[in-house]
Design a protein around this ligand. Sequence first.
Ligand code: PHE
Length: 345
Amino acid sequence: MELANLQELLNSALKDISEAKNSDDINNIRNAYLSKKSALMSMFSLLGKMDPEQRKEAGKEINDVKVAISEKLEEKQKDILAKELEEKLNKEKIDISLPGRDFSLGGKNPFHIIIDEMTDIFLGMGFEVCNGPEVETDNYNFELLNIPRDHPARDMQDTFYIDENTLLRTHTSPVQARTMERKGGKPIKMIAPGKTYRRDDDDATHSHQFAQIEGLVIDKDINIGHLKATLELFARKMFGEGREIRLRSSFFPFTEPSVEVDISCMNCGGKGCSMCKGTGWIEILGGGMVHPNVLKMNGYDPDKYSGFAFGIGIERVAMLRYGIDDIRKFYTNDVRFLHQFKKKI
Ligand code: PHE
């Protein structure tokens, strides 16, 4: 390679650089003109054979060309990178004026919202939460609650039998017996929310599947005043500070005395309206003092211990609370119904 070609080489390099379109072109040009094996670089090896005077001049010329090519190349590379970046940004531009993609989270069924709320109220009073199976034995569902086989109270709770001794529980009261058995004679303060079943002709206020919260307190010197105070506090937390409750005598085989508990109507405040059928009161639960037979059968000495129990209808509370007019809505999964209870995020 002759030095005479230097100018030609420079021209050709500058032409290539000016025609370069992308980073690949830039790299190719750098390889062709500036790599060790390139024509320009191999000219440096000719210098060794020259005399010092010539070498100095030739060295400068070669170096000037090298610098000129490098500078142009660098300049062009900058342009190209800037252009490529701009193209990339344009391509990836997000149109922020478009509405975002909606994503929908599920919400809690009002049935569970109300269970959580009721549970919270009782937890605040120091109750623990207990559970029992929905497929229950005759023994827990009836016998241990003082409802023997031939007892007429069984007719009030006709249910779904799996076999002669196994059934879908008709109330959450079997959890009373199960808890007494588990606690083995020690004090109890528990609630047990859960599903219950009774053979029924479904309509707006009856469902063969429904739910209750059972409550049971056993200790020394428990009296009906404790029951009343507990339920009054519950009613006020659930339905507002102004609520009153009243106890009417009733009958359950596992409590004595037994009561039905009404709360003053949250709609009219007790004056009488269509919601309370003009009475000013709305029934929400059954309860009473635990029957001595039940205490005895489940391992508690009725001379030492006493207790109260109650069972609250969960859907009934939810219906009153939210103004729901048909119990079947809890179980038919109509999204128009369910969406109304969805929390907005
Ligand atoms: N188990 C009763 C029912 O389902 C309610 C109840 C519970 C009554 C506890 C008294 C004590 O009707």
